[in-house]
Design a protein around this ligand. Structure first.
Ligand SMILES: *[C@@H]1O[C@H](CO)[C@@H](O)[C@H](O)[C@H]1NC(C)=O
Ligand SMILES: *[C@@H]1O[C@H](CO)[C@@H](O)[C@H](O)[C@H]1NC(C)=O
Ligand SMILES: *[C@@H]1O[C@H](CO)[C@@H](O)[C@H](O)[C@H]1NC(C)=O
Ligand SMILES: *[C@@H]1O[C@H](CO)[C@@H](O)[C@H](O)[C@H]1NC(C)=O
Length: 405
């Protein structure tokens, strides 16, 4: 090797290093630009560790694989359910419709918004409506929260829809943005959640990633028509249920995998605490079951082994800039790839312990669970994205544990 050669090599090495430098600066500039143009304004959040293990009440099982799919292709995202005295089941779908289900027949009852061939797409969701939580009130009428249309009352015989509180009206001067779930007490108070005052339902993944305490619970008095905010500062307030004795509310704080308890009666009235946290997934709807425990659907799971990287949201949680970067390069429709294929709902007792779970490892029959609604020995399984109604006999569920961590 002669002198000339080696000096040539050295100078080309310098050029290569200068090239790398330019390249690195360009990449940093692109990332910075993407972060700046990111749709979200996230907060850091550190989840509890370690991730839950599939043991005790969470022992791996295939109970959900015993479910049947009903009405495949006829229902778009039946998420939540109500039942009347006659045993007729009601559900709302992603195209703005409310259906009645009697035995095995499906009947269209009402529309909450316009009727259009593009209902069911994110573009048309605000016009078409998205009925979510519903329940028959003490007056026998069907009350519904629609993510876009407000708190509604529906006459299921005529299909008439009456707006009690619109999203524009909102509560305490703040419009509703993303109504989600509700329950009604025996004394005629409707408790309902607005998941965030910032994001619409169709953009909920941004709200999950932002991890901001933008959610609220409202109370509406059926007799007086007065609506006011009961709780604010919740992290993606999703499912809500009165307790078995109607002394407290349980609220899913979906984006932080936690359930909050808020007392509405008794000596602790007005106080709230964490009922259970570090859940094996992101909690969606909460429903009392036949054991007087609570079934909680998990929209997506986070447990030890649920994915090779652990849990995506746990991983990016503490880093707002990483969240900005991820949201700037990932279209909303692509986030399903981060969701492990394992459907799960949990059963929680009055002390907040997970006593049982319903699972479909591999998501073979049930893709994921928003709600488990048990009535008269039958379990209805709803999910905001499924195109069928999951139906399972309660007798398929073995009790795993009486008490577990
Ligand atoms: C229950 O069924 C009876 C008889 O068909 C009907 O008159 C009544 O309106 C129904 N009640 C409800 C809540 O749908
Ligand atoms: C409850 O289930 C039983 C047995 O399947 C059925 O005969 C009865 O009609 C059901 N009741 C209601 C209210 O749906
Ligand atoms: C279900 O079907 C049975 C028999 O066909 C009928 O007697 C019953 O009234 C139906 N239940 C409802 C809720 O429509
Ligand atoms: C539904 O509307 C009809 C006709 O106005 C009325 O007779 C019926 O009582 C209403 N039902 C309920 C449950 O409000």
């Amino acid at each position: 090797m002669n002198k000339l050669d080696s000096s040539n090599k050295q100078s080309s090495g310098i050029q290569v290093r200068a090239g790398y430098k330019t390249y690195t600066i360009a990449i940093i500039a692109i990332i910075a630009a993407l972060i700046i143009y990111s749709p979200v304004d996230p907060l850091p959040y550190t989840f509890p560790t370690p991730l839950p293990k599939l043991e005790g009440g969470l022992k791996r099982n295939t109970i959900l694989q015993r479910a049947e799919r009903w009405f495949t292709g006829k229902l778009v995202g039946p998420e939540s359910f109500a039942v009347d005295k006659n045993g007729t089941l009601y559900t709302g779908t992603a195209d703005g419709k409310i259906f009645a289900i009697r035995n095995t027949s499906l009947t269209l009852v009402a529309h909450t918004g316009i009727q259009h061939s593009l209902c069911g797409t994110p573009e048309y969701e605000p016009q078409c409506g998205r009925p979510k939580g519903m329940k028959i009130g003490p007056d026998g009428k069907l009350y519904v929260v629609d993510s876009y249309k407000g708190l509604l009352r529906v006459n299921v015989s005529t299909g008439d829809v009456e707006t009690l509180v619109s999203n524009e009206q909102g509560s305490d001067g703040v419009p509703f943005k993303f109504l989600n779930s509700m329950d009604i007490s025996d004394d005629g108070i409707i408790y309902f959640t607005d998941s965030t005052y910032k994001w619409e339902r169709r953009n909920f993944r941004y709200a999950v990633i932002e991890t901001r305490p933008d959610g609220r619970v409202m109370q509406y008095n059926i007799k007086t028509g007065v609506c006011n905010t009961l709780i604010s500062g919740l992290y993606l307030a999703n499912g809500i249920s009165l307790s078995y004795d109607q002394t407290y509310l349980l609220i899913s704080e979906m984006s932080i995998a936690s359930i909050r308890r808020y007392f509405i009666k008794g000596p602790r009235r007005g106080e709230s605490d964490v009922f259970c946290d570090n859940l094996p997934g992101y909690p969606d709807n909460i429903k009392l079951n036949a054991n007087n425990n609570y079934y909680i659907g998990l929209a997506s799971v986070r447990f030890d082994g649920s994915s090779p990287i652990g849990s995506f949201l746990d991983l990016i949680g503490p880093y707002p800039n990483v969240k900005k970067f991820v949201t700037s390069i990932t279209p909303l429709s692509a986030y399903n790839v981060f969701m492990p294929k394992h459907a799960m709902a949990i059963e929680i007792d009055h002390d907040g312990y997970i006593v049982n779970s319903l699972q479909d490892p591999g998501a073979r029959i049930i893709g994921a669970v928003s709600e488990i609604f048990e009535v008269n020995g039958t379990i209805y399984i709803g999910h905001y994205q499924s195109n069928y109604l999951g139906v399972l006999k309660s007798s398929n569920i073995e009790q795993v544990e009486t008490k577990a961590g």
